[in-house]
Design a protein around this ligand. Structure first.
Ligand code: RFL
Ligand code: PHB
Length: 389
């Protein structure tokens, strides 16, 4: 079989690229290691930047998002019992939208199926061949039978644990990593959100986040130890701990209920350079990871897809490869800024095991400065709503 672009990974990056290429008549096959239901069962991102939303529209999948997404004009930052709002709209003229990654992925799979585009699920042993030659191809197994697809380009959209990044020789690849000494324990519950806007809460007991999916579906996180297991935390223990970390006025209003999902995510900052090797282009979590503080993961994946899509469109339409040649540099310039913002927000709001009394004072001063300084709030707002592409 031959196609123009093989997309490895049927998560949000791969699916978004697939739909965008389809609008230009560029042929692509998506290879996904799991099933559609498995991909849809992963509860992850909740906040979409305007740029991500614009791409969804460009891909022809923006209708439900427009109707069902919740516009958020700002966010609350709290410290102990005190809180303040950073108003995105006031500082930037724009806002973000609450629309879960599950819904983004569902819309993209539905559109892919409706257009009759090819997705191969349950692929194993995916291997990239000849990415640095003019004859690249991908092999994989399904039901024990080996398959081969010859292609012009390969988009490595297979997440942090995928094979694409590993296909770039170590002599070419440089990786930058910071692992944080804690994780986030998250739950989903069919209860009304405690507040209209998100609450990012710093407290002496650690960080907490109050988020949501809709008016009767809440998403809450608390900073936890890396050795914790979700089963160590009963729902009751989770709610008690959350209440201790958010201002009393909010804790008193919190509606609790049984969790319908509970999981722990370790926090990591990671970037690999370059994001292109020959005919292979890395996108999204395959190339970089941010800690979820700041909601940049999915949105940064989307900006990679924007640059790659523009490059492929220019290549196939105008026989001009300058966009593809600039991909790695352009994508990385934006990636590093998202890394900086996520790292800054993580440092601002979490408790670190080795923090000294001085470190705590610095953290408090940083929060006080943000609280009292309009320019500091403007900087945060610009980063949160998403830097320009
Ligand atoms: P994904 O979603 O990991 O998808 C990769 C896909 O590739 C498949 N795969 C393979 N397929 C074929 N062959 C192989 N060898 C393969 N290996 C893997 C996988 O099965 C999977 O389907 O990466 P992608 O598409 O780049 O998307 C990235 C986002 O998922 C990620 O950045 C966000 O979820 C991060 N994130 C958030 N991002 C935001 O923008 N806003 C948020 O509010 C936000 N909150 C979060 C988050 C991530 C979290 N966790 C759990 C890490 C909250 C959390 C808790
Ligand atoms: C979420 O709703 O899952 C969410 C929101 C904001 C973040 C991280 C996760 O910063």
């Amino acid at each position: 079989m031959r196609t123009q672009v093989v997309i490895i990974g049927g998560g949000p990056s791969g699916l978004l690229l697939g739909q965008l290429l389809h609008t230009q008549g560029i042929k692509a096959v998506v290879l996904e290691r799991k099933t559609r239901d498995y991909v849809l069962s992963r509860i992850r991102a909740g906040i979409l930047e305007r740029g991500t939303i614009a791409l969804m529209h460009e891909a022809g999948v923006g209708a439900r998002l427009e109707k069902e997404g919740y516009v958020h004009d700002g966010t609350i930052i709290s410290y102990g019992d005190e809180d303040f709002t950073v108003n995105f709209k006031e500082h930037t003229g724009t806002s973000v939208v609450v629309y879960g990654q599950t819904e983004v992925t569902r819309d993209l799979y539905d559109a892919r199926e409706a257009a009759g585009l090819e997705t191969v699920f349950n692929v194993e042993q995916v291997q990239i061949h000849g990415a640095d030659t003019d004859a690249s191809y991908v092999t994989y197994e399904v039901d024990g039978a080996e398959q081969r697809i010859d292609c012009d380009y390969i988009a490595g959209c297979d997440g942090f644990h995928g094979v694409s990044r590993q296909a770039i020789p170590l002599s070419v690849r440089k990786e930058y990593e910071k692992v944080y000494p804690f994780g986030w324990l998250g739950i989903l519950s069919e209860t009304p959100p405690v507040n209209e806007e998100l609450i990012y809460a710093a407290s002496e007991r650690g960080f907490a986040l109050c988020s949501m999916r809709n008016e009767n579906l809440s998403r809450y996180y608390i900073q936890c130890s890396l050795s914790d297991k979700p089963e160590d935390w009963t729902d009751e223990a989770f709610w008690q701990e959350l209440k201790r970390r958010i201002p009393k006025a909010h804790a008193d209003k919190l509606v609790t209920g049984p969790s319908i999902e509970k999981s722990i995510a370790p926090l990591r900052s990671f970037v690999t350079e370059p994001m292109r090797w020959g005919r292979l282009f890395l996108c999204g979590d395959a190339a970089h990871i941010v800690p979820p503080t700041g909601a940049k993961g999915l949105n940064t994946a989307a900006s990679d897809i924007h640059y790659l899509y523009q490059g492929l469109k220019q290549h196939y339409r105008e026989h001009d490869s300058t966009g593809l040649d600039a991909y790695s540099e352009k994508a990385l310039a934006r990636v590093w800024k998202a890394e900086r913002f996520s790292w800054w927000m993580t440092n601002l709001l979490h408790r670190f095991p080795d923090q000294t009394a001085f470190d705590l004072k610095m953290q408090k001063a940083d929060i006080d400065f943000l609280r009292s300084n309009r320019e500091a709030q403007s900087v945060m707002a610009q980063n949160y709503i998403g830097l320009p592409y």
